[in-house]
Design a protein around this ligand. Structure first.
Ligand SMILES: NC(=O)c1ccc[n+]([C@@H]2O[C@H](COP(=O)([O-])OP(=O)(O)OC[C@H]3O[C@@H](n4cnc5c(N)ncnc54)[C@H](O)[C@@H]3O)[C@@H](O)[C@H]2O)c1
Length: 255
C-alpha cells in the first residue's frame, strides 16, 4: 500500500501533536495543520527528522474556521497527494466564563472552532477521502459531551454538538466507505488543562480524586485511541464515540 496521508488539525501541540507523532511512527505521512504556523512547521520538522517518509511530512498554516483558507489548503493537498486516507479534527480552544457573562464573540468562537471547523475540514476533505482506500475521520469530543461543565457553556455545547456531527457524517458518508468516529477524552495533561491548573480554574487533586483511574491522562493515550479508530483494526466501528477518560464519566459515586 502507498504511504497513507492523514491531516491532523490542531496538530502543532497537545493531543494533535501526540497523534501526529504516533501516526508518523506507524508510517503515515502527517499533514500538521494548525493556526499557529510556527508550531506546525516545528512539529513537521520533528516528524521529518524522526520518521522520514518519501515526499516528507507537511506543515499547513490554517484557521479551521475560515472556509476559504480550509478549502484552499485541502485543494492543495489533494492536488499534491491525490487522495487522503485520514482526517483528525483536533483543533480546539477553551475559554471560561459563567453562562450569564459569556460574550457572543467567545460563544461563537468556540462553536466555530469545534463544530464549524470540523465540518469545514470534513467537507473539504470529502472528495479526497472518498477516493481513498479505507478512509476515516476522527473528531474529538470531551467530558463536556456528557457532563454539564460549569463555566464552560460554549465549550460543553460545542462538544455535545460534536456527537451529532460525528453520527450524521457517519450516516451520510458510510456509503462512500468513509468511517467517522469520535474520541471523548477525559482530563489530559496538555496546555489546555495545564493553563486551567495554573490559573486555579481546575484543581488537579479534585480531578484525580474524581477519576476512577486516579490520574490525568497523557496526550499519547488519546493518540493511541485515535490511531485505532483510523486503522483497519476499527474497520466496522462507525459513528461511535469512544471514551478515554479514566472512567470519570461512568463514576456514580455520590458524596
Ligand atoms: N486536554 C484535554 O483534557 C482535552 C479533553 C477533551 C477534549 N480535548 C480536545 O482535544 C483537542 C486538542 O486539545 P489539546 O488539549 O491538545 O489542546 P491544545 O491547546 O494543547 O492544542 C490545540 C491546538 O489547536 C490549535 N488551534 C486552535 N484554534 C485553531 C484554529 N482556529 N485553527 C487551527 N488550529 C487551531 C492550537 O494552535 C493548538 O495547536 C481539542 O478539541 C480539545 O477540545 C482536550
Amino acid at each position: 500500500m502507498n504511504t497513507r496521508t492523514v491531516v491532523v488539525t490542531g496538530g502543532g501541540q497537545g493531543i494533535g501533536a501526540a497523534t501526529g507523532t504516533l501516526l508518523a511512527s506507524r508510517g503515515y505521512r502527517v499533514v500538521v495543520a494548525d493556526k499557529s504556523e510556527s508550531t506546525a512547521a516545528a512539529q513537521a520538522a520533528v516528524l521529518d527528522e524522526k520518521f522520514p517518509v518519501e515526499g516528507g511530512h507537511v506543515a499547513v498554516a490554517v484557521d479551521v474556521t475560515d472556509a476559504t483558507m480550509v478549502d484552499a489548503a485541502f485543494a492543495n493537498l489533494t492536488e499534491r497527494f491525490g487522495s487522503l486516507e485520514g482526517l483528525v479534527n483536533g483543533a480546539g480552544v477553551l475559554f471560561k466564563a459563567p453562562a450569564e457573562e459569556t460574550s457572543v464573540d467567545l460563544w461563537k468562537l468556540q462553536l466555530d472552532v469545534h463544530l464549524t471547523g470540523a465540518l469545514l475540514c470534513s467537507r473539504a476533505a470529502f472528495p479526497a477521502l472518498a477516493r481513498a482506500e479505507q478512509p476515516a475521520i476522527v473528531n474529538i469530543a470531551s467530558v463536556g459531551s456528557t457532563f454539564g461543565l460549569p463555566g464552560r457553556v460554549a465549550y460543553a455545547t460545542a462538544k455535545s454538538g460534536v456527537l451529532g456531527l460525528t453520527r450524521t457524517l457517519a450516516v451520510e458518508w458510510g456509503k462512500h466507505g468513509i468511517r467517522v468516529n469520535a474520541v471523548a477524552p477525559g482530563y489530559i495533561g496538555t496546555e489546555m488543562v495545564r493553563a486551567g491548573l495554573r490559573e486555579g480554574t481546575l484543581d488537579e487533586g479534585a480531578l484525580v480524586r474524581r477519576t476512577p483511574l486516579g490520574r490525568l491522562g497523557e496526550p499519547e493515550e488519546i493518540a493511541k485511541v485515535i490511531a485505532f479508530l483510523l486503522s483497519e483494526e476499527a474497520s466496522f466501528v462507525h459513528g461511535e464515540v469512544l471514551r478515554a477518560d479514566g472512567g470519570i464519566t461512568i463514576d456514580g459515586t455520590f458524596q
